[in-house]
Design a protein around this ligand. Structure first.
Ligand code: FES
Length: 110
């Protein structure tokens, strides 16, 4: 794994999101009310809505365009909707958010 530092957890509001640029493209970081951080694609598979502008609730995000809900853990669409967003390995070390760029590059190339 190859981890890069993409910011501090306090850069993201609680139940909010932020877009970061990485060498392998833009990634959306989501912070839950439990102060966990998840990383996933910013692009909704439905019609390309910006998921980083969606609403974070529990460990899910709701797309701002048509309200599809995706699990931030698995990337799978919830409920009656179908689809999947790529999710990426992320870890927290002393408040710093580290993203696994090896996995990111592999998915970007796939
Ligand atoms: S673009 Fe996300 S739900 Fe339609």
């Amino acid at each position: 794994m190859s981890w890069i530092d993409v910011g501090h957890i306090d850069d993201i509001p609680l139940r909010g999101a932020r877009l970061v640029k990485t060498p392998a493209g833009c990634v959306a970081l989501f912070r839950t009310s439990e102060a966990e951080v998840f990383a996933a694609s910013d692009t909704c598979p439905h019609k390309g809505g910006p998921l980083s502008e969606g609403i974070v609730h529990g460990r899910s995000v709701t797309c701002p365009l048509h309200n599809w809900v995706f699990s931030l853990e698995t990337g799978a669409a919830q409920g009656a909707d179908e689809g999947q967003i790529p999710t990426y390995e992320v870890k927290l070390e002393e408040g710093r958010i580290l993203l696994d760029t090896a996995a990111l590059s592999a998915r970007a190339a796939a």
